[in-house]
Write a protein that binds this ligand. Structure first.
Ligand code: UT7
Length: 351
């Protein structure tokens, strides 16, 4: 039986370090509040007008390809997860293809817009393509440049302090080694709370589903009125988040989806060698760790250094853990994520 394995992994974070003290200069916040609520000490911001989600992804992808022992032009499919794409369209997949100089005609590329769970969704999509025999070298990337689109005034502080920029990439290849590679993936969604963690403009929603009072929509919407009321006055071009609802739902869904994956392969939490949760909030990760009764050395967190990098957080953390020797041959690695949508998912990998 063919499974997919991670043949190479890489990550890239921009040089510029932004501390909590730096954010205190532009908004009413404190190092104490940020660390106490989220665990974040600092994050990275990309170089404006030079770096983009695509260029950062290319940096991570080149490392992943080198470690997989292939040249970028040997990639036959790209799955690109991001919520902060270079353009509204086309997607980052084709931009990354161009950035990597991949020109052969068998090539295909898609974008996955599943925010925090984007990397797990992407991995699962790529896994199906490998298992079906359709592709042999799939580049799966998560990359975000949040710093270009956050509200850095006090109004946006509940969101702005949490997010950072970065990219992570893996090369997926088929393996016939018994019991190795991606063992199972689980994807879930519930659109009930779509607007509770969202960036709604630009969009074609015309105010549907959104409280008129909350967002100030007029009855009839003409282009200019819509742009003015919605975008300018209500700043709907910035992400908004009902933090407490997200937190409460996340701490339930994380353990649930991890247990679902373990049950599928007849294992229990004690079999996990390393859990790499999406880096949304250190408190969420600690809650999940406690629920599953995992010791500290079996959970990898790096949100302290990078903040929440959404679709990039899992591949960045996984790569950092691998580089630190925390992911060894034969280890059972569990990935899990929850976020906007709501969407959530998990993957179990025998390294
Ligand atoms: O990737 C997945 C997406 N995101 C998440 O998973 C995030 C999940 N949620 C969370 O992590 C937490 O809800 C937050 C860290 C976002 C917020 O923590 P909280 O304990 O839920 O705080 P809160 O939103 O209830 O706000 C408490 C207070 C409020 O002031 P009042 O109304 O009590 O006077 C906020 O205005 O903290 C205030 N506040 C801040 N104060 C200083 C909100 N943001 C900040 C800030 N600095 N940055």
């Amino acid at each position: 039986m063919v499974n997919s394995k991670i043949a190479g992994i890489g990550f890239y974070v921009p040089e510029q370090v932004v501390t909590n003290a730096d954010l205190m200069k532009v908004m009413d916040t404190s190092d104490e509040w940020i660390q106490e609520r989220s665990g974040i000490k600092e994050r990275r911001y990309g170089k404006k007008h030079e770096e983009t989600p695509t260029t950062m992804a290319a940096n991570a992808a080149k490392i992943a390809c080198e470690r997989a022992g292939i040249k970028p032009e040997e990639i036959d499919f790209i799955v690109f997860a991001t919520l902060s794409p270079d353009y509204y369209f086309p997607g980052c997949g084709v931009l990354l293809q161009r950035e990597l100089g991949i020109t052969h005609k068998e090539m295909g590329a898609i974008d996955i817009r599943n925010q925090c769970s984007g990397f797990i969704y992407s991995l699962s999509v790529a896994d199906q393509f490998i298992k079906s025999g359709m592709y042999k070298n799939i580049l799966v990337v998560g990359s975000e440049m949040h710093s270009m689109g956050l509200d850095f005034t006090t109004r946006g502080r509940n969101v702005a302090v949490l997010f950072g920029d970065g990219a992570g990439a893996v090369v997926l290849q088929p393996t016939t080694e018994e019991g190795k590679g991606i063992l199972t993936t689980h994807l879930h969604s519930d659109g009930t709370y779509a607007e509770e963690l969202a960036l709604i403009s630009p969009g074609s929603h015309g105010g549907k589903h959104l409280g008129k009072e909350q967002f100030g929509f007029p009855e009839a919407l003409y282009g200019e009125i819509f742009v003015y009321e919605n975008l300018i006055e209500n700043k709907t071009y910035y992400p908004n988040m009902n933090g407490q609802l997200v937190f409460k739902t996340a701490v339930t869904k994380f353990p649930e989806v991890i247990m679902e994956a373990l049950n599928k392969v007849g294992m229990t939490p004690v079999d996990i060698d390393l859990l790499v949760p999406h880096q949304a909030n250190l408190r969420i990760a600690q809650f999940v760790q406690k629920t599953l009764r995992l010791p500290d050395d079996k959970v990898y967190n790096n949100i302290m250094k990078y903040g929440n990098t959404t679709a990039a957080s899992i591949p960045i953390a996984l790569c950092e853990a691998w580089e630190a020797g925390k992911v060894k041959d034969g280890d059972l690695v569990c990935l899990a994520a929850f976020g906007s949508g709501f969407t959530w998912g998990s993957a179990l990998i025998r390294w």
